[in-house]
Ligand binder design. Structure first.
Ligand SMILES: [Zn+2]
Length: 92
């Protein structure tokens, strides 16, 4: 269980690849600081695109595959909850 939380918690995310809302899981670049993650929702990618369009086929994407501008210093794998999103895992 990663010891990390989002601040602020995005209420919704839109995939930068397909333009659909992220309905279940997705990838979210973020800056780490003071034990929380400041996300970059404009660069969010849905789980399907992350696997099939961004990462190597069938593999989860890396941070530099999601953002080519060098945005953020961690890639969060987030899951949708009733209140927004929570961090399921973190890749640096
Ligand atoms: Zn997508």
């Amino acid at each position: 269980m990663p010891d990390a939380s989002l601040d602020p918690v995005p209420e919704s995310l839109t995939c930068a690849v397909c333009g659909d809302g992220v309905a279940d899981t997705g990838y979210l670049p973020a800056d780490e600081g003071d034990g929380v993650y400041h996300s970059h929702p404009d660069d969010a990618v849905c789980g399907t695109c992350g696997f099939n369009e961004v990462g190597m086929m069938g593999c989860a994407p890396e941070l530099d595959e999601v953002t080519d501008a060098g945005t953020g210093d961690a890639l969060l794998y987030v899951t949708r909850t009733d209140a927004g999103f929570e961090v399921a895992s973190v890749k640096r």
